[in-house]
Design a binder for this molecule. Structure first.
Ligand code: AHM
Ligand code: MG
Length: 342
């Protein structure tokens, strides 16, 4: 028998963000509309991700398929969808994407607004071919420049100035999780209704952690502090935690699991890879928005020495080490790094 949701208990994402907006009488509704545009983009991307495997029989990516049409890679499709659904609305001053070297200006033919949208269109893209969870991360700031088209300076803002941060996860179901500074809320896409319904109100990271998540294959490249911290998590140091290891290699998937189940994710600096002296993940598209969400859920995000939210970015694609999730466990990482790494 098909289960029919009780309509008196259904809270769509639209209703939820409108309710949040009502709590701020000064709000104009612009932010609400941006979130709604992102939710729409997410439905589109989700429908494409579920068809990803068909690319093999429709034609090769970045190439020409059997019908002579160009087939775009999924991460490029996600990027284009985010841009197309947000560039013409008059709500944004500028955008930036992990896929673009420079800022994405709003085309001259469209009006500009007061917000800045940053996104990683398809995070965990190395997983696309293997059907594991992938996601989209987004972050919204208020513009800093007074008027006109947005500039680079509008994008280079610290995480503590975020107005909204969220992510989509395309997993066994599609979820949208976001915060506008009043708790973290999760919505699951009901594919029959085509709507995101509130399924995880007011998410808090559990006090008792279960998992640690890192690419332990790189352990030989880590600092002494990080290596000892890992032993602590494995219960090999005094007072250690004895956690289970879970690692997908998709930040959104790993973060999401630890947000709900309790745990810590980390991607430290790689001492042997000159390309990754400060870690792999991008401050603006990955670390800062997720740190804002972690903070709102009672957790914490650090680069090992300081709160991610306090880092003033100096470039669009700046990378950082990241320790994120359960507050006590992230603070423990800082303690180990302070003690063992100079
Ligand atoms: P991407 O944005 O190009 O997908 O890279 C970021 C991803 C994260 O999702 C994930 O946590 C990490 O890179 C995995 O890296 P590794 O394969 O080195 O463990
Ligand atoms: Mg990414």
């Amino acid at each position: 028998m098909t289960e029919v949701a009780d309509p008196t208990r259904i809270i769509t994402i639209e209703r939820h963000i409108l309710d949040e907006q009502r709590a701020h009488p000064e709000a104009t509704g612009t932010l609400t509309s941006i979130l709604y545009d992102i939710a729409l983009a997410a439905k589109f991307i989700a429908s494409r991700t579920t068809r990803a495997g068909l690319v093999d029989i429709l034609g090769s990516t970045e190439d020409t398929n059997v019908q002579g049409e160009r087939v775009m890679r999924l991460d490029r499709i996600a990027d284009q969808v985010m841009i197309r659904l947000n560039d013409h609305t008059g709500r944004l001053a500028v955008m930036a994407s992990e896929e673009h070297e420079h800022i994405i200006p709003i085309p001259k033919k469209y009006p500009v607004g007061k917000y800045v949208l940053m996104f990683d269109p398809l995070d965990g893209s190395s997983n696309i071919d293997y059907n594991a969870s992938i996601g989209t991360i987004f972050a919204i700031f208020r513009r800093k420049s007074a008027s006109g088209r947005g500039k680079l300076e509008d994008c280079l803002q610290p995480g503590k100035d975020l107005v909204v941060a969220g992510y989509l996860i395309y997993g066994s179901s599609t979820m949208l999780v976001y915060t506008s500074g009043a708790g973290v809320h999760g919505f699951t896409l009901d594919t029959q209704l085509g709507e995101f319904l509130l399924s995880h109100p007011n998410i808090r990271i559990p006090q008792k952690p279960k998992y640690y998540s890192c690419n332990q294959g790189y352990q030989a490249n880590w600092s002494v502090g990080v290596a000892r911290y890992t032993q602590y998590l494995q219960g090999l140091a005094d007072g250690g935690s004895s956690l289970s290891l879970r690692y997908i290699g998709s930040l959104v998937g790993d973060f999401h699991r630890n947000l709900l189940a309790g745990g810590v994710y980390y991607y430290p600096a790689d001492n042997r890879d000159p390309a990754l002296p400060t870690g792999k993940l991008r401050l603006l598209y990955e670390a800062a928005p997720l740190a804002f969400i972690a903070h709102q859920a009672g957790g914490y995000g650090s680069d090992g020495r300081q709160d991610i939210l306090n880092i003033e970015p100096i470039s669009l694609h700046q990378r950082t080490a990241l320790f994120i999730g359960h507050r006590g466990l992230v603070e423990k990482a800082e303690e180990y790094i302070r003690t063992y790494d100079q």
